[in-house]
Design a protein around this ligand. Structure first.
Ligand code: F6P
Length: 353
């Protein structure tokens, strides 16, 4: 049996761990042939194909490497740009005699896979994104490492905040979901966490800073999710970016805005840090390595069982598989009654309300 394997969307730590698990299990256990496809489905769109067979040897020593050895892209959807591209992918799939394609990706990639699956290109999804907002799983590959990196950043900013008696604002990724912000904010001991799920008021944040100052704590850490916005306003997007190939709209800039306003309102020396892609880089933490291995192995088992058209995941501690139709184009922000929101507020962390 010959299977395709690709990674799509933004890279994150743990992709290589998943690739390794898939190849080891597919080749080692079932004697399958694995064809690595370059840059999401692009390797099947191009002529000649950009593919390479993956042996167990090829995936040796990649467990701890960030990024993806297959390359990836989050620019271009074959169903949006040129409908003929999807047909080219299907032609390549048939021509290569692939039984199925295991697709490691986030919401955009799984949406493309779901459509290809409907066209007869059998796919199985493995969920990854630092944003952790996918409906297919409670935890996606990359999230935990991103929380670790962000928590470390908060701890490091604290030294300067305390020494200089400053307000340190940290803008974190996560798109329209505040999972990274709330987890790392709690773990790092932030004083304020601003989330896309709770439009904030500057009055609440200013009160928190002043309250701390009155208690002799002359510094504050304010974590701001990139999708957070002031009540009555809208999320802030970056200006058209001349360094990008695609012109997808990207969130970004709310951290600088918050820092500026807090300085105006409190007069306290304030600095802004935008952590950016550092949150997606480097070696995956042990949790992500284990998660990626479990999900990768499960995806291969499903190929062996000829169970296609699903995205694997972990829900309530068990491995699951959910049909594409139920999970694509659904993103899950923090629920209003989330234990993380309740816990943060119970400990006196200001959520901007
Ligand atoms: O979805 C992952 C993510 O890192 C988001 O948190 C962020 O908004 C976006 O991707 C950045 O995308 P790009 O890598 O295209 O700049």
């Amino acid at each position: 049996m010959k299977i395709g394997l690709c990674t799509g969307g933004g890279d994150c730590p743990g992709l290589n761990a998943a690739i390794r698990a898939i190849v080891k299990h597919a080749v080692g256990t079932y004697g399958m042939e694995v064809i690595g496809i370059k840059d999401s489905f692009n390797g099947l769109e191009s002529r000649p194909y950009e593919i390479r067979p993956l042996s167990v040897n090829d995936v040796s020593e990649i467990l701890n490497r960030g990024g993806t050895i297959l390359g990836t892209t989050n620019a271009g959807d074959p169903f949006k740009s040129d409908p003929a591209q999807a047909d080219r992918i299907k032609d390549a799939y048939n021509d290569l005699g692939l039984e199925a394609i295991i697709v490691i990706g986030g919401d955009g990639t799984q949406s493309i896979s779901g459509k290809l699956n409907k066209m007869g290109v059998r796919c199985i999804g493995v969920p990854k994104t630092i944003d952790n907002d996918l409906a297919a799983t409670d935890v996606s590959i990359g999230f935990q490492t991103s929380v670790d990196i962000s928590t470390d950043a908060i701890s490091r900013l604290k030294s300067t905040a305390e020494s200089h008696e400053r307000v340190m604002v940290l803008e974190l990724m996560g798109r329209d979901a505040g999972h990274i912000a709330i987890h790392s904010g709690i773990a790092g001991g932030a004083d304020t966490i601003l989330l896309p799920e709770i439009p904030f008021s500057y009055e609440a944040v200013t009160n928190k800073i002043k309250e701390r100052q009155q208690l002799g704590r002359h510094f504050s850490i304010v974590v701001v999710a990139e999708g957070a916005y002031e009540a009555g306003a809208t999320p802030i997007y970056k200006e058209a970016d001349t360094t990008k190939v695609s012109q997808n709209k990207h969130l970004g800039g709310i951290g600088a805005e918050v820092a500026k306003r807090l300085f105006e309102l409190t007069g306290t020396d304030t600095r802004i840090t935008v952590l950016g892609h550092v949150q997606r880089g480097g070696s995956p933490c042990p949790y992500d390595r284990v998660l990626a291995s479990c999900l990768g192995v499960r995806a291969v088992d499903l190929v062996q069982q000829k169970k296609y058209g699903v995205v694997v995941g972990i829900k309530s501690g068990s491995i699951t598989e959910t049909p594409y139709e139920e999970v694509v184009d659904v993103t899950l922000p923090l629920k209003p009654d989330s234990i993380y929101i309740k816990t943060a507020e119970a400990m006196g962390i200001c959520l901007g309300r």
